[in-house]
Design a protein around this ligand. Structure first.
Ligand code: AMP
Ligand code: MN
Ligand code: MN
Ligand code: MN
Length: 279
């Protein structure tokens, strides 16, 4: 059984429309259980669920919510959320408004750095609703030849500490976990291997804080973190009784991330799967 519980569509910064993503993931990649987890929105979920019906795949509605641990942006995946819940929809609207305000400021910073028109260029890359991502800026910077590739765009301008990085006032990790619970979902700490802290203990303390807030799962395998990180994630899962999740963090076939379902699978020796909580 191939499981992939973390993927993006055009509802955020992925390049496949929700229906096309499902088709690709199921028919070409042979995934058996999939979740759509767009950044701060569930706008693509209904269309994806409809496309999944009849294809023999188990489809799980999801979201990846930008949150704050201190001043560090942390991604929390919510699985099994009720996409019609009013509080969830209010939250996604407010998160996307924060993205919009942040993007205007990123555009201003890039203009100061000698690249005008980047807000408009990034905006053109968005699709179904106002959900603008740093990835849209990175691709726009590549297109005008300001950088060689997306990675360089992040390294030079868009990553934390770089000149076009703009902090956003996301809710705290604990608030996000509580919201996910109120809207019927389970909370999974996304790609722990990607967070940059000055000291190792700060990452341990994030995991502990996530558990204290009631978080249930952790991505022990993620297409956006090094496989070398898996043992550490498994150790946390054992220690804190977190359930295991795996996801490609697929956005497009650009080769930056593994294709859906190819990121590595959970094995019987690992802690139980987060799917045990999703009826
Ligand atoms: P945002 O959610 O707008 O803050 O943008 C974060 C998104 O940018 C991530 O979900 C990835 O899609 C992308 N991203 C972040 N860092 C990198 C990186 N170093 N290389 C490529 N893509 C990245
Ligand atoms: Mn993304
Ligand atoms: Mn993420
Ligand atoms: Mn993601």
């Amino acid at each position: 059984m191939i499981i992939d519980l973390h993927m993006h569509s055009t509802a955020s910064d992925g390049v496949y429309k929700p229906e096309a993503l499902v088709d690709f993931v199921v028919r070409q990649m042979g995934v058996d259980v999939m979740a759509l987890t767009d950044h701060d929105t569930v706008a693509g979920v209904a269309a994806a669920a409809k496309a999944a019906a009849g294809l023999g795949v188990r489809f799980i509605p999801g979201i990846e919510i930008s949150s704050l641990w201190g001043s560090t942006c942390i991604h929390i995946v919510g699985l099994g959320v009720d996409i019609e819940n009013a509080e969830l929809l209010e939250t996604t609207t407010s998160q996307c408004a924060k993205r919009d305000r942040r993007a205007i400021e990123i555009g201003r910073r890039l203009e100061t750095l000698g690249y005008p028109g980047m807000f408009e260029a990034a905006l053109k890359k968005t699709h179904t609703e106002m959900n603008i991502s740093r990835l849209h800026f990175a691709k726009s910077l590549v297109e005008i030849g300001a950088v060689k590739n997306v990675q360089e765009a992040f390294d030079k301008y868009l990553s934390s500490g770089r000149p076009a990085y703009v902090a956003a006032s996301w809710s705290s990790v604990a608030q996000t976990v509580e919201l996910i619970h109120r809207v019927g979902g389970v909370a999974v700490l996304a790609h722990p291997g990607r967070y940059k802290f000055r000291n190792d203990w700060e990452l341990d303390s994030l995991v502990e804080g996530f558990v204290e807030a009631g978080g249930e799962g952790i991505e022990v395998i993620s297409g956006s973190q090094s496989p070398k990180f898996t043992p550490k994630c498994l150790a946390w899962a054992h220690r804190y009784h977190l359930l295991a999740s795996t996801g490609s963090d697929f956005h497009s076939c650009d080769g930056i991330r593994p294709l859906p379902g190819t990121q590595g699978q959970l094995t019987p020796e690992m802690p139980p799967s987060i799917l045990t909580l999703l009826a």
